[in-house]
Design a protein around this ligand. Structure first.
Ligand code: BTN
Length: 251
């Protein structure tokens, strides 16, 4: 279905909605919105991004109309800054589960997977105005109809429609997703969210390799701590506390 601002706005009354066929990055639009004093709740959606951004300074691209790409402006609540990525991952996981998709998991910290293949990525950004938190951006990119089956990513990436075997209405997916985002934001704090995130984390108890720039840590993924850091038990028994990086199964 082709999206447009009026149709999306009708489905999401009461929140500022901005749809564009092509943008550099929805996170950039959300950033500009916050800097201009725009209200929390605003959502920026695009059919295509020419400068889409991913974690760790990487790019993120999907052909026009094949993904649900959006950025939501969250209220400037400092407690939520470090939990924004988890919020996005859990909300996307719940969206997939609402379609009765099995095998949904989260690869620490915030890749959403189906049967261990990436279906969505999350890009959180806190926007500081000097020393004041102006707002938080929750950027989400969900593969809906990219066919990875005959590509080199076939065993690493997957799309929702491939799993369901039927088309998914992007507007319906957007409404369901924002409902879950709003649900978690309405909670008094991140405790329940942290539990929902942990429940879906995969690779816990398995041998893993964590790459952080030039350094590599190997061991067993023991679990996460109260702040969401991944605890990796090395072979010598010491525990490494990871706060960022790329994790892969196997050592
Ligand atoms: C990742 O997996 O590394 C995160 C990808 C996040 C992509 C989304 S698409 C909408 C929003 N705008 C961006 O530029 N990035 C996020």
């Amino acid at each position: 279905m082709t999206l447009d601002t009026a149709t999306i706005q009708a489905a999401l009354p009461g929140r500022p909605v901005h749809f564009n066929a092509q943008v550099t990055s929805t996170n950039t639009l959300a950033h500009d919105w916050i800097m201009a004093g725009g209200a929390a709740g605003a959502v920026f959606i695009a059919d295509e991004q020419t400068g889409g951004r991913g974690r760790l300074g990487r790019g993120w691209y999907a052909p026009p109309g094949t993904a649900l790409m959006l950025s939501v402006v969250l209220p400037p609540k400092p407690d939520w800054v470090s939990w924004t990525a988890a919020l996005g991952a859990v909300a996307v996981g719940e969206l997939l589960e609402s379609y009765e998709i099995a095998g949904v998991g989260i690869k620490w910290p915030n890749d959403v997977q189906i049967d261990r293949r990436k279906v969505a990525g999350i890009l959180p950004e806190a926007v500081w105005q000097t020393d004041r938190l102006g707002g938080i951006i929750l950027g989400m990119g969900i593969n809906l109809r990219i066919d990875f089956s005959s590509t080199e990513l076939a065993d690493k990436a997957i799309s929702v429609e491939t799993v369901l075997g039927r088309p998914v209405d992007r507007l319906d997916a957007l409404v369901r997703l924002l409902r879950r985002v709003d649900h978690w934001l309405a909670q008094p704090g991140p405790t329940g969210l942290a539990a929902a995130w942990q429940r879906r984390l995969n690779m816990i108890g398995e041998p893993v390799t964590l790459a952080q720039g030039d350094s590599v840590v190997t061991g067993i993924a023991d679990g996460v701590d109260a702040r969401g850091a991944l605890l990796i038990r090395r072979v010598d028994g010491s525990v490494y506390r990871a706060v960022a990086g790329d994790i892969a199964v196997g050592v």
